[in-house]
Design a binder for this molecule. Sequence first.
Ligand code: HEM
Ligand SMILES: *[C@@H]1O[C@H](CO)[C@@H](O)[C@H](O)[C@H]1NC(C)=O
Ligand SMILES: *[C@@H]1O[C@H](CO)[C@@H](O)[C@H](O)[C@H]1NC(C)=O
Ligand SMILES: *[C@@H]1O[C@H](CO)[C@@H](O)[C@H](O)[C@H]1NC(C)=O
Ligand SMILES: *[C@@H]1O[C@H](CO)[C@@H](O)[C@H](O)[C@H]1NC(C)=O
Ligand SMILES: *[C@@H]1O[C@H](CO)[C@@H](O)[C@H](O)[C@H]1NC(C)=O
Ligand SMILES: *[C@@H]1O[C@H](CO)[C@@H](O)[C@H](O)[C@H]1NC(C)=O
Ligand SMILES: *[C@@H]1O[C@H](CO)[C@@H](O)[C@H](O)[C@H]1NC(C)=O
Ligand SMILES: *[C@@H]1O[C@H](CO)[C@@H](O)[C@H](O)[C@H]1NC(C)=O
Ligand SMILES: *[C@@H]1O[C@H](CO)[C@@H](O)[C@H](O)[C@H]1NC(C)=O
Ligand SMILES: *[C@@H]1O[C@H](CO)[C@@H](O)[C@H](O)[C@H]1NC(C)=O
Length: 355
Amino acid sequence: MGTMGLLALVATVCLLLPTQNRAQLQVGFYNRSCPNAEALVRQAVTAAFANNSGIAPGLIRLHFHDCFVRGCDASVLLSVNPGGGDTERVAEPNNPSLRGFEVIDAAKAAVEAACPRTVSCADILAFAARDSVNLTGNYLYAVPAGRRDGNVSRADDARENLPGPNSTATLLVERFKNKTLTAEEMVVLSGSHTIGRSHCDSFLFRNRERLASGTISPAYQALLEALCPANTSQFTPVTTDMDLSTPAVLDNNYYKLLPLNLGLHFSDDQLIRNATLAPSVSAFAANETLWKDKFAAAMIKMGNIEVMTGNQGEVRLNCSVVNPSSSMIEMILPAGFRRWHCSRRCGLHELIIMS
Ligand code: HEM
Ligand SMILES: *[C@@H]1O[C@H](CO)[C@@H](O)[C@H](O)[C@H]1NC(C)=O
Ligand SMILES: *[C@@H]1O[C@H](CO)[C@@H](O)[C@H](O)[C@H]1NC(C)=O
Ligand SMILES: *[C@@H]1O[C@H](CO)[C@@H](O)[C@H](O)[C@H]1NC(C)=O
Ligand SMILES: *[C@@H]1O[C@H](CO)[C@@H](O)[C@H](O)[C@H]1NC(C)=O
Ligand SMILES: *[C@@H]1O[C@H](CO)[C@@H](O)[C@H](O)[C@H]1NC(C)=O
Ligand SMILES: *[C@@H]1O[C@H](CO)[C@@H](O)[C@H](O)[C@H]1NC(C)=O
Ligand SMILES: *[C@@H]1O[C@H](CO)[C@@H](O)[C@H](O)[C@H]1NC(C)=O
Ligand SMILES: *[C@@H]1O[C@H](CO)[C@@H](O)[C@H](O)[C@H]1NC(C)=O
Ligand SMILES: *[C@@H]1O[C@H](CO)[C@@H](O)[C@H](O)[C@H]1NC(C)=O
Ligand SMILES: *[C@@H]1O[C@H](CO)[C@@H](O)[C@H](O)[C@H]1NC(C)=O
């Protein structure tokens, strides 16, 4: 069949393709188009974690900061905004504290080598966050996939949508509600602060106020004061573990520390100062299984925020930059067609041979 024949076939197939019902993410989305996708991501995350265990909290937070800003579309990974202006990456909530970008790049390289232009950066990030939960919390949840990557990244979107360490309970609840997450889910997801680190400028200033109001342990604050430079407006790379007793384990210890006035951020402490939220903190402190079940469910729900699917957006080739221009394949064939007909790889070349 010649080129005209191929185009006629493509046109016919396009007409027959269902156009609705593409909004749903699916577990095993890459079963046929890239069966090793999830294993390859897991390998990259596991290797990076073996070298630096801080990668796990880094990747969980990266997924959160992606999903809260323009949805889970890997916009947080872009180092250039094609529309001009500052990217999410340089906004205060992200810079310089976000980490794990190079792990996503390594996972993407492995996945591209196995199945070119098939697996989105947003899905890789969701898988990597799940693998990080597995590595630190020793349990597993299935990640629905099929996200597409966005082409816009604006610093102001990060500032307007992400909560901060100075946020009150009311603002925390509002920002999560704005993203379809309930007050309880906000408390559930904050439990990620049972692993990972924080920089002095995220907590020191507000904790001096907490000392005055008796909402932080004086011994804990003394320890933090000794760690950080006295001048809170001077940036320092110094960090401290958020969970001071089991900093590398995804357990329910976060909720046990809060009533002891050992929550690191003002925002963490807010969870026990608010009568609506405090009962959830007590419930999760008392029952770790309860929290872990709810955490997995809330991570999946967070992974669904404002996602693009089907032909929306693109599958980025390099997670740091949008694709140079729409590829021929992206232009002429919808994703569904490519998945049915190309098990391992699918370029224009293979399609013409196939025809
Ligand atoms: C409730 C509102 C939240 C606020 C105000 C908040 C704030 C923060 C801050 C200030 C840090 C320390 C950043 C630094 O200075 O290095 C941090 C770290 C972290 N956050 Fe949150 N966070 C929130 C919710 C979440 C959620 C929903 C998740 C994940 C589902 C999450 C996961 C993490 C992790 C894993 C770290 C450690 C990062 C690392 O070690 O690199 N946080 N968060
Ligand atoms: C992929 O395979 C798994 C395991 O057999 C199955 O649970 C899942 O529903 C499949 N997903 C799709 C979209 O085919
Ligand atoms: C290992 O981790 C360190 C930071 O702890 C980093 O500088 C280095 O590049 C990592 N090496 C590899 C091979 O990932
Ligand atoms: C982003 O993609 C949309 C369509 O998905 C397009 O309309 C828009 O022009 C693109 N923007 C940039 C900056 O590339
Ligand atoms: C962690 O992930 C691995 C690989 O998928 C799996 O075999 C293992 O059972 C998981 N751990 C737990 C406790 O679920
Ligand atoms: C809710 O989300 C919209 C859209 O991203 C944003 O403009 C607005 O500032 C958000 N509101 C709050 C309270 O975070
Ligand atoms: C928290 O609030 C204090 C006082 O307004 C400010 O100096 C500090 O920069 C704020 N920190 C963050 C991370 O927003
Ligand atoms: C604190 O640090 C800032 C920024 O480095 C500097 O401008 C300011 O003078 C310092 N304040 C004091 C009291 O040292
Ligand atoms: C507690 O949080 C709720 C939101 O869940 C808010 O409506 C309420 O005003 C807060 N209460 C106090 C005392 O801040
Ligand atoms: C803890 O929570 C789990 C999961 O919801 C539940 O099955 C179990 O009965 C709870 N345990 C206690 C002691 O309440
Ligand atoms: C991805 O893009 C960035 C930014 O342009 C570049 O530095 C990097 O080398 C690219 N990675 C690959 C694998 O091409």
